[in-house]
Design a protein around this ligand. Sequence first.
Ligand code: NDP
Ligand code: BG6
Length: 487
Amino acid sequence: MEIVENLCDITIFGGHGDLAFRKLMPAFYHLCNDKYLNSESRIITVARQNMSRSEHIDLIKVKLQEFLTKKDFNELQFEQFSKKLHVVEIDFDDEKSYKNLQSLLEEYPDRERVNYLSTSPSFYGSICKSLSKFELITSQSRVVLEKPIGRDLKSSRKINVEVLKYFQESQIYRIDHYLGKDTVQNIMALRFSNRLFMPLWDSSNIDHVQITVSESVGVEGRWGYYDEYGAMRDMIQNHLMQLLCLVAMEPPCSLEADSVRDEKVKVLRSLRLMSPADIEQKTVRAQYSAGSSEGGPVPGYLEGEGMSESTTETFAALRVDIDNWRWNGVPFYLRSGKRMRGRNSEIVIQFKNVPHSIFANKGSCISENKLVISLQPKESIQLKLMNKIPGLSDQMRLQQVDLELNTPLQTTHKPDAYERLLLDVIRSNPTLFMRLDEVEAAWKWADVILEGWAENIVSMKSYSAGLDGPSAAMQLIARDGRSWHDE
Ligand code: NDP
Ligand code: BG6
């Protein structure tokens, strides 16, 4: 069955960069195979290098073979996909070169246009300006901005102001690919379609929330970028904050983009800004030293690049407080790090214990109920409940069992987050994208911590690559009489 999606020309700026090869092209390839791209739509790569269309197609083929699994790559399907591929040579610093794009786009002046800015944010303003100068922006145009937008509130505002000179807010899609993950969207389904959770989802019943995003990889050839940003700007200010918002927000009045974003922004504005004393007690920053990963030795963050000094954190852990009625007194513990023991991303909602245990004098302990939402490596949702161990023993013995809430996938191919989000841009659905006020509220909160770190209020800790992060992160949560879910 042919699904008829909007007909559009999609231009990828930075189309020969890491993100474009690793994520965007594979996502477009799958969308094309699954008939989610209009058969006439074109994918136009903007590259600095001069190359013919056939050279470009050969390069994309090599990259797809590198980044897709063997079973996902198919010669015949690629042939179909390649019909959509075009390339134009542009150097962002040479405005005249946009003429090349103009000639191509003007072949179909009435088509919808998606401009995906997969470049350093420092180019966002100048790209939009050039698009405008060459009259390539129409009322049907959209622009997708990659994260992180800026390094702080000030620089983020500057970038947004520049882009807003040429595109209206409704045409801007600020991407956070965590929002495209199926399990992340399932948080809303779970919370707002199950009455069961409604009366439990607050400070009367929830003890605390943990959000962890651990990666076993290091900076993967992106040192130049990463060293300027670090874990707080690369992961916490955006991906983890968005997860926190979905867990903490009030029910939106509908699934309309602005209803959902209104509720998320209220959470971000309720985040307690940290005092210097809070920064000292409630935040941890650390850098990895040499260790081992996936069975082999790996160098430390600095040694890997032959650097002698850097104040960039590759790990961050924080206790976050939300000052509103629902979450009063419920800490949210966040942590994220590179070169950790394994790849593990999860959200743990830990409920309070029963008010009184009738099993205690029979020697049975009751563990708190937990809802564990795993995003990676496996996507799953488990509700941990207490249950009687079957048998005739005169002692009532209890055990914790997992109620699995996983839906079997209907198709063989599990869509990547970028597929969902690119399709939403094509369909003009901004629900899963960040609005300007969300980005700014998240920076406002993060800036205070980053400034405290810059003033050395809390010292940089170290952790061995391939282990569980710095001991200070365990102490952070232990001080409140709690422990990380995986300890
Ligand atoms: P890369 O550095 O790999 O790619 C940037 C691209 O921009 C390159 O293709 C480069 O061209 C091009 N470019 C740079 N300067 C110019 C210029 N003057 N004229 C024309 N083209 C130019 O970056 P990434 O792909 O890693 O990242 C892109 C964006 O996506 C960033 O904002 C990043 O923060 C974000 N992002 C990246 C992720 C990732 O996993 N890579 C994940 C999440 C977000 P050339 O090839 O010629 O050098
Ligand atoms: C990106 C960060 O946004 O997310 C990377 O820039 C990080 O540093 C990546 O590795 C993690 O994404 P995922 O989907 O693999 O968890």
